[in-house]
Design a protein around this ligand. Structure first.
Ligand SMILES: [Cu+2]
Length: 659
């Protein structure tokens, strides 16, 4: 009897997995050449896109079809954005339309109706809106579980590569000659900012940034996402800290913050085009801020800033009903994050506005603020492209400064808060840290619309990417008794750009989280061994789209399981885990802090890491796993090093080499 049960269970698991392969194949096919009609060889989907009527299947929607009804009404009244037009999430109307479609997807009761609706709306709605809605729905719906989202840089390559590559790709296609083209970073060596373009233009960073905002959308108003505002602070704070560390090894000072009253020192020429909508606008050097029609004027933005700074100075925010909420506590940063972004969680968007989102739009529109030239949105108006512009980091430095003002008002951690008396870290050994550049190839053929009669021609781009040799930490720990422990590992530049050694209270804001995890210690001597590849802030490269296509097709044809495991798109690219070193070796503090396992929010964290990238991205659908504030213990002032130096903390200087 048991054999029968086990066999039955096995059959169920296997068929569930086969199901995943089918789902994956459908999602792949929906995203294949997104600006062309569904390929006729994708039989099922093609047929559905022509014959499926969403209205006739509203019984399969958990809202009784309300979302479908609404969207169909807008469609039939020709109010929706047309196809072959740019799409920007910051455009209120376009975002609203994309979210109507997202809602349709979220209401589907099974995958069948999900993909049929998708096939229909793919052919009837703007492609950018469709891709956004589909990515958001696969990310957030139960139906989308186990589906691997293809790397966005291969689905919408226009937003990740430059015009030169796209033009060459077209030539390759027209002459039917496969091509691989080297993609250079924007600008020339005359521009000192160019030295760190490899970071802001890294397609892995761009992809992480888009996925972070997909996982934690500012418009999110469904079930509560834990510490979303604080994560907004933390993820962007880490991007800026990492950018500054990259600048250091390239002999550049830390990025300066943005000032609304001074010209934007560095211009930016994106050398990038929309698939439809022409070139991305260029901003010259020393551009004075101009008010942007229909978005905001600099005066209003400064007003919002001063209201937020007032709230920090006073220690409370004013809610929409006039009541006050205290922010001089651990939870304050979460509220401030919601306010500053702003997200749908903001307790008073009417008063505090939307500083960050508006700043993105104002910066993006500086090339054509009066809309005189009909320019499309700027590089700052897409999460895919924003980090390429040095102004992105200046904006986030400015926003980070507001967060710091709040954090600096909180009392420094006391010895009691820092101490975990069970553990004494006796030594930390780490293998050699070294970085290097290597080539990375990705496919750009999805950028090209081709008649189906054209034979496939491989068109790829090669880009230089930072990487590092794998390394291992060995953390030697003496414990008084058996326990579960929380481990946090940071690196922090030791010196500034003038080679002056920084005091801990000056350097701590630049601390970069390399890894954090939970493990067990036993009474006596322990060695905690951890590999760089296990880092909980980073993800490996995304599975290339054509590999996903082939593997899903093969799995479906053979009734087999799909080989790929879903890995979150949110996570710092593993290759960029370490900032670039120098030939002589750049000094960083390597700090390890071990605290009690009681810091864990969930019970099983020592054995199960729930999708692995909780460091910057939390755990999908669950509470953020660490009870302590993000950035602990470097998020608060450290006026006295003596208090900071508890036995469960260990700091040493390491060098990062570059070869
Ligand atoms: Cu962002």
């Amino acid at each position: 009897r048991w054999v029968v049960v086990v066999t039955a269970l096995l059959v169920v698991t296997v068929s569930a997995d086969i199901n995943v392969a089918h789902k994956q194949q459908d999602i792949n096919h929906l995203l294949y050449k997104i600006t062309s009609p569904i390929k006729s060889s994708f039989n099922d989907l093609k047929e559905m896109s022509e014959t499926w009527n969403p209205r006739e299947h509203m019984d399969l929607c958990s809202d009784g079809g309300a979302a479908v009804e609404w969207l169909m009404g807008e469609l039939e009244n020709h109010r929706l954005l047309k196809q072959h037009h740019w799409f920007s999430l910051f455009n209120d109307r376009q975002r609203t339309e994309a979210l109507w479609l997202f809602e349709v997807f979220m209401q589907c009761t099974d995958f069948e109706v999900f993909r049929n609706n998708a096939a229909y709306f793919r052919e009837h709605m703007n492609e950018g809106e469709f891709v956004y809605a589909l990515y958001a729905a696969v990310t957030h719906s139960d139906i989308g579980q186990y589906i691997v989202l293809p790397p966005l840089y291969e689905i919408t390559p226009h937003l990740f590569t430059n015009s030169e590559i796209i033009n060459k790709a077209y030539t390759a296609l027209m002459t039917q000659t496969p091509g691989n083209f080297r993609m250079n970073f924007t600008g020339s060596k005359r521009n000192t900012e160019q030295r760190v373009a490899y970071f802001g233009e890294d397609i892995g960073i761009n992809s992480h940034h888009v996925h972070w905002h997909l996982d934690f959308p500012f418009w999110w108003n469904r079930d509560k996402i834990d510490r979303k505002g604080e994560l907004f602070f933390w993820a962007h704070h880490q991007l800026v800290a990492r950018y500054d560390a990259e600048r250091l090894s390239n002999y550049l000072p830390p990025v300066d913050e943005l000032y609304w009253d001074s010209p934007i020192k560095d211009g930016f020429a994106a050398h990038t085009s929309y698939k439809y909508g022409g070139e991305f606008p260029t901003r010259p050097d020393n551009k004075e801020f101009e008010d942007v029609e229909g978005v905001a004027c600099a005066r209003d933005i400064k007003l919002l800033e001063s209201r937020i700074r007032d709230a920090i100075a006073l220690g409370y925010i004013i809610n929409i009903n006039g009541s006050h909420t205290d922010i001089n506590n651990e939870h304050g940063i979460d509220i401030l994050g919601d306010i500053i972004e702003s997200s749908a969680y903001s307790p008073n968007a009417a008063y505090y506005g939307s500083l960050h989102n508006q700043a993105h739009r104002v910066l993006g529109a500086q090339a054509d603020p009066k809309r005189k030239f009909g320019m499309p949105p700027g590089i700052m108006e897409h999460f895919e492209t924003a980090t390429r512009d040095p102004a992105f980091f200046r904006l986030h430095k400015y926003i980070n400064g507001i967060f710091k003002e709040h954090k600096d008002k909180l009392p420094p951690y006391t010895e009691q808060e820092l101490l975990y008396s069970n553990v004494n870290i006796t030594n930390v050994k780490v293998s050699k840290l070294s970085t290097y550049f290597e080539d990375f190839v990705f496919d750009v053929s999805n950028a090209l619309d081709t008649p189906e009669s054209f034979s496939y021609v491989s068109v790829t781009a090669t880009i230089s990417r930072l990487n590092h040799e794998p390394f291992t930490y060995n953390i030697h720990v003496q414990a008084k008794h058996d326990d579960e422990v929380t481990v946090r590992i940071y690196i922090t530049p030791k010196r500034d750009e003038n080679n002056i050694v920084l005091d801990i209270d000056e350097s701590r804001w630049g601390a970069i989280l390399l890894d954090t995890f939970w493990t067990k210690v036993h009474a006596g001597d322990n060695v905690i061994t951890r590999k760089s590849s296990q880092s909980s802030v980073a993800i490996p490269d995304r599975v290339p789209f054509f590999e996903l296509l082939e593997d899903a097709d093969e799995a479906v044809a053979n009734d087999a399981q799909l080989l790929h495991q879903e890995i979150r798109g949110c996570g710092h690219p593993m290759r960029l885990l370490l900032p670039k070193g120098t030939k002589e070796g750049l000094d960083f503090w390597l700090d390890v802090i071990v605290t009690s396992g009681d810091d864990a929010v969930h019970d099983e964290l020592t054995i199960e890491n729930h999708g692995s990238t909780h460091g910057y991205c939390g755990i999908h659908g669950m509470k953020y796993p660490d009870k302590r504030p993000m950035g602990f213990p470097f998020d608060r002032r450290i006026p006295e090093i003596g208090v900071f130096k508890v036995p469960n903390q260990h700091g040493q200087v390491v060098k990062i080499f570059h070869h």
